[in-house]
Design a protein around this ligand. Structure first.
Ligand SMILES: [Zn+2]
Ligand SMILES: [Zn+2]
Length: 297
């Protein structure tokens, strides 16, 4: 191990017959922080991981002493959240350490699904080491919930609500951002929707029915990388059942949905359950929730 703290040299000044020592100056050593995270990504919310941190000089030799200061940060507007006030990033088990030869620093992710980075910065000045990582739930299977021609256009079977323009205060962008599911739940919702519309559809020739309903209103599912779904921009519940791309809300009252697309809640629950879902609506969707069906796969 090399030990490079620069070449100290003493400045002396003679002023009015007095000598002042101004101490040593690190003239040459450039401290460079390094950070390495090898765990598979995305890191799941509320889990702990180790990051290997070291401090070297320009030639790659370990610097001792080299006090590294640690921090984490989030990338604004990632994970489907376009609001950043009060946002947090992963916790650390230490704020600094002398990293000569290397140091394991533990990070613990929170419920936020987002892009983050870990920083190891030499307190003496120099270059920070940075490890970028992603925190997410349900990945890599989670994806935008579309089913070809039935997602939009004349043969659409869903009216997409739950975000602007029907709700302008979520801080989650447009109607696509709240619409991510894992593949099996997405297939379940697709089949439940067709089961429901087989009974209720009508003039929709593509469904072959004789009634009146062509679409149902799908509301919130999950954000792009899952995680905390705070539709009130509070970084807190409600909506805890929408963190991993396995659930969907279907509107049952006209204050959430065009009257032509409202479902009968009990019949929609039966359609979801017939396709593998649980509609028990655990908190924060208590049984008897008056305005929507919560289908959980
Ligand atoms: Zn949010
Ligand atoms: Zn729900």
């Amino acid at each position: 191990m090399k030990n490079r703290t620069g070449i100290p040299f003493l400045y002396s000044l003679a002023v009015a017959g007095m000598t002042f020592s101004l101490g040593t100056v690190n003239a040459l050593a450039q401290h460079i922080g390094h950070a390495s995270l090898t765990d598979p990504q995305p890191l799941l919310p509320n889990t702990s991981h180790f990051i290997w941190a070291t401090c070297t000089d320009d030639d790659g030799g370990f610097v001792d002493p080299c006090n590294l200061q640690y921090s984490t940060d989030y990338n604004p507007d990632t994970g489907g959240h376009s609001h950043n006030t009060g946002r947090e990033s992963s916790a650390l088990n230490k704020a600094s350490s002398n990293a000569a030869g290397g140091d394991n620093v533990q990070i613990t992710t929170k419920a936020y699904a987002q892009e983050e980075c870990f920083n190891a910065c030499p307190a003496q000045g120099g270059t920070c080491g940075v490890a970028d990582y992603l925190v997410g739930n349900g990945l890599p299977d989670i994806s935008l919930f579309w089913n070809g021609e039935h997602a939009s256009g004349p043969n659409a079977i869903w009216y997409l609500n739950g975000a602007p323009p029907t709700r302008s205060t979520t801080g989650h962008g447009d109607i696509n951002v709240n619409r991510y599911m894992q593949s099996n739940p997405a297939i379940g919702l697709y089949n439940a929707t067709l089961d429901y519309l087989e009974v209720h559809s009508g003039s929709c020739t593509f469904l072959g029915g004789s009634g009146h309903q062509c679409k149902i209103c799908t509301n919130d599912q999950s954000l792009p990388w899952g995680g905390l779904f705070d539709y009130e921009q509070t970084w807190a519940p409600p909506h805890d059942g929408h963190r991993d791309g396995t659930s969907a809300d279907i509107s049952a009252t006209i204050n959430q949905c065009d009257p032509a697309h409202v479902v009968n809640m009990q019949e929609m629950e039966a359609a979801c359950e017939a396709n593998g879902a649980d509609t028990g609506q655990t908190a924060p969707h208590p049984p008897g929730s008056p305005n929507h069906t919560h289908c959980e796969w």
